[in-house]
Design a protein around this ligand. Structure first.
Ligand code: ADP
Length: 187
């Protein structure tokens, strides 16, 4: 059973490529960002607590996302594509432990590499249609700072385990999908 992490900066194309990967490999897609946005849209007590944090481009607390992931793993039997998680090294360590409880492990981490100017350009384009309140210039900058300081170290966490696969995230969506599929098939 494959358990894959799709990794990259905000705007790197994780969501777009995730749709393709889950279809191709029959995995469950778990996007912590989407799960959190649903809490906000549904105005749940959790949603009300996290709205301002997400609008500021900061990470929500580990406890909140870890509980979501723990539940998802416990109910899954087809393999998972983790999108937006782990977002810091502490979350990566917890993910390994949660998977181990179920006799599972991360198969590989797919890292989409995209230059900063292109990331900003894509998020500002997406803002025109996404309705996402965090796709504005100020929040985008905060999200990139959070990514560089807290999330980027997760890449070397997987690299040390020999699980990091680097994919050029610049170019046509189809070519990138093909590169990802070929990398996953090799695992
Ligand atoms: P993007 O990667 O484009 O920033 P996401 O949908 O993955 O978009 O995440 C949006 C926001 O949700 C983040 O800025 C953060 O506030 C919150 N978030 C998502 N996943 C996590 C996580 N694993 N840990 C903490 N916060 C998270």
């Amino acid at each position: 059973m494959k358990n894959i992490v799709i990794f990259g900066a905000p705007g790197a194309g994780k969501g777009t490529q995730s749709d393709y990967i889950v279809e191709r490999f029959g995995l469950q897609h778990i996007s912590t960002g989407e799960l959190l946005r649903k809490e906000i849209a549904d105005k749940t007590p959790l949603g009300l607590r996290i709205k301002d944090i997400m609008d500021a481009g900061q990470l929500v607390s580990d406890d909140i996302v870890v509980e979501m992931i723990d539940n998802a793993i416990a109910h899954n039997d087809c393999g998972i594509l983790f999108d937006g998680f782990p977002r810091n090294v502490a979350q990566a360590e917890i993910l390994d432990k949660l998977l181990a409880k179920h006799g599972r492990t991360i198969t590989c981490m797919i890292r989409l590499d995209v230059p900063r100017e292109e990331l900003i350009h894509r998020m500002l384009e997406r803002a025109k249609t996404s309705g996402r309140s965090d796709d504005n210039e100020e929040t985008i900058n905060h999200r990139l700072v959070e990514y560089e300081s807290k999330t980027f170290p997760v890449a070397s966490y997987y690299n040390k385990q020999g699980k990091e696969v680097l994919i050029n995230g610049l170019g046509g969506i189809k070519r990138i999908s093909q590169d990802i599929a070929a990398a996953i098939e090799k695992q």
